[in-house]
Ligand binder design. Structure first.
Ligand SMILES: *Cc1c(COP(=O)(O)O)cnc(C)c1O
Length: 651
């Protein structure tokens, strides 16, 4: 394989960059990944150079990069898609989107969103009491909607209804019958005419990971029976004229457009029936679900979607248009609560590789006098490998190695012999892999590929930064930030910093299969002075971080990942920077420093000062006993106190 016979177009294809990254991510002539936060309309930033610039400012990896311009671009796209659909179908209503806060609650993001959304009267959706507080304070104008979902108590309802007196359009969406009663009571007490919506459980089921959260037994929403009863309750209380909105949410990341259409058809019927029952209505809220094409396959696979934003907007508008036309009722203002589709693209996490574990060719020590028969058999298999008997040899070496393990267990093989059996096993696998290489379609080759895959140790915690990759097998695109003009000859899995065996990434986007267990990347580059360690088995490692820095990015992380992340092994929030395009380049708008060790420890009720004081006392005792020198104890205490103020990741 000639490392030079490779170009950036091949990289673009390998990483499906155009398929999931258009119009934001591309590769420049230097082989660096670039971001164009305003799509085709604005400038381009070289991500590799950006990382150098951030490191120059003392910011360590991993770093979360947020591009508010991308968020703005997504808002523009969504609103344009609905504007086009409304024009296409001569729809007599308007679109008023809201952003569901739970998708990403970061203050800078929400503030940016409200700001960029102003030309479109874009609003917010709250799903809990704290999110309501964000929504009410963030929106200070009359037009954008504030949709109140989630479990509600008296306080929640009172606050929402009172806030409507500030001239805000607050819609209280009622999801259970008891909420309907409580809302009626609360509004009466206050003497303020409220605006109500009903959330309904559709019979249309979602699919994929979140499919179970919808359908008739879904956690949220009024059943059809409840809906009729809820209308009656409002009627009895002379409040039916408060009912203005119908809402449904069939789940997130709906990959198939037919599922969305089914839901819309049902909702359209319900909407017109509610009008016939005497409710004024006016709004139809189609919830979230607008999917993101994480793997670029444009299919109904769960990490993808078989439609685009325009198809989605067209179907929402067309289905509701038809339902209203048929029933001779005025078409509603359309609301969508698209979270993932707006927030995913705006952030990516850049991380570096700490080191690797790789199987390499190593000499097999010569046979010793009186060597066990088992070892001799393993040697014979190794010596006798040919292309013709590859399958048989592979089978044999696996079987005899297992026997060697049993023989060790039974006390027949010594530890040295057991290690030798491993060496021969790995070296045979390697030999077979080389032999089968030119015949790559072979099944054994694929098994060997996985078996012999290099592990790259990565400087991040999957649990903190990409929790859905661990919890839901969600696929996120991962791409090197540089060297994209050279052939990525290494096939790897990624192992994270945590001590948890689930702390790894071994499923990558792949257009041919659903996903691939291996990621193609570049070999680490070592300087001439590097000290390598090769174990007898042929596992080769080098001094940690002795290679030239190698940066990877994990993309489309902006939805759900930041809040769902956890502190497993006490790896805290990463550094985050907000980068805005300017006419002449870019500007670092905000730097949100990641957690220090002291901060993370304080989340668990440890007081950093106490910890340091305890260490100091232990040092004093050791000094008294002359177990440690003063110099050593000072060094220990300095390290301890420095750590408390440092980043939780490796530097
Ligand atoms: C989570 C949620 C959303 C967001 O869904 P996306 O698929 O991310 O757009 C919208 N509405 C409700 C009620 C939700 O619970």
């Amino acid at each position: 394989m000639d490392a030079n016979s490779w170009n950036i177009d091949q990289s673009e294809e390998l990483y499906a960059l155009k398929r999931w990254g258009t119009p934001y991510f591309s590769i420049n002539s230097q082989g660096h990944l670039t971001v164009s936060p305003q799509g085709e309309r604005g400038g381009t930033i070289d991500l590799y150079q950006l990382i150098q610039a951030l490191k120059g400012r003392g910011l360590g990896l991993p770093i979360l990069l947020r591009f508010p311009d991308i968020l703005q671009d997504r808002i523009e796209r969504l609103n344009s898609a609905f504007a086009r659909a409304i024009a296409k179908y001569n729809y007599a209503g308007v679109y008023r989107g809201v952003f569901p806060i739970k998708v990403n609650q970061q203050r800078h993001l929400i503030e940016g969103l409200v700001d960029y959304g102003k030309p479109h009267n874009f609003g917010l959706e709250a799903g809990s009491k704290p999110e309501l507080l964000i929504a009410l304070s963030a929106i200070d104008s009359r037009e954008p909607l504030i949709i109140c979902n989630g479990y509600k108590d008296h306080d929640y309802m009172e606050t929402a209804i009172l806030a409507s007196r500030l001239g805000k359009q607050v819609i209280l969406v009622l999801e259970q019958l008891d909420e309907v009663c409580l809302a009626v009571k609360t509004a009466k007490e206050l003497g303020i005419p409220p605006t109500f919506g009903f959330r309904v459980k559709l019979s249309q089921k979602g699919q994929g990971h979140w499919g179970n959260s919808t359908g008739e037994r879904a956690k949220f929403g009024l059943s059809i029976g409840d809906l009729v009863q809820a209308v009656q309750i409002l009627k009895q209380n002379q409040m039916l004229d408060s009912l203005r909105l119908l809402h449904f949410h069939i789940g997130s990341q709906i990959s198939s457009i037919s599922v969305i259409k089914g839901a819309l058809r049902e909702a359209g019927r319900l909407y017109t029936e509610l009008i016939k029952m005497g409710a004024p209505m006016g709004y139809l809220d189609v919830g979230g679900g607008l999917a993101v094409d994480y793997d670029g396959s444009k299919s109904n696979f769960y990490a993808s979607k078989n439609y685009n934003m325009q198809n989605y907007a067209n179907d929402v508008v067309a289905e509701i248009h038809d339902a209203c036309h048929l029933a001779q009722v005025a078409p509603p203002t359309l609301i969508s609560e698209s979270g993932r589709a707006l927030a995913s693209h705006q952030s990516l996490l850049v991380f570096d590789i700490l080191g690797q574990s790789k199987v390499e060719e190593a000499p097999i020590p010569p046979a010793q006098e009186g060597e066990s028969h088992l070892i001799a058999t393993l040697r014979e298999i190794y010596e006798g490998v040919t292309l013709g008997n590859a399958q048989e040899s592979f089978h044999d070496i696996v079987q005899y190695r297992e026997e060697a393990i049993s023989a060790f267990q039974l006390g027949i093989l010594s530890l040295e012999e057991r290690a030798l059996a491993d060496t021969i096993y790995w070296q045979t696998c390697l030999k077979l892999h080389h032999l089968l290489g030119p015949h790559a379609e072979n099944d054994d080759y694929e098994t060997l590929d996985k078996l012999l895959a290099t592990t790259y140790y990565i400087n991040l915690s999957v649990f903190q930064s990409a929790p859905d990759s661990w919890a839901l097998d969600q696929l996120f695109p991962i791409v090197p930030l540089h060297r994209l003009d050279t052939r990525p000859t290494e096939k790897v899995t990624l192992a994270d910093l945590t001590c948890d065996s689930d702390g790894k990434i071994d499923k990558f986007i792949d257009l041919k299969e659903d996903n691939s267990p291996l990621l193609q990347v570049h070999p680490l580059e070592y300087g001439p002075q590097t000290h390598f360690y090769t174990s007898n088995q042929g596992f080769k490692t080098a001094e940690r971080l002795s290679h030239r820095p190698y940066y990877l990015g994990i993309f489309l992380l902006g939805a759900y990942q930041e809040t769902m992340g956890n502190l497993h092994n006490l790896f805290g929030d990463t550094n985050a920077v907000h980068i805005k395009l300017t006419p002449h380049g870019y500007q670092i708008q905000h730097v949100v420093r990641g957690d220090t060790m002291g901060k993370v420890l304080s989340y668990f009720q440890y007081n950093p000062e106490d910890l340091l004081e305890r260490m100091r006392q232990q040092c004093e005792e050791a000094l008294t006993n002359q177990d440690i020198t003063l110099e050593m104890s000072q060094k220990l205490l300095n390290n301890f106190s420095h750590s408390l103020n440092s980043y939780t990741y490796l530097s």
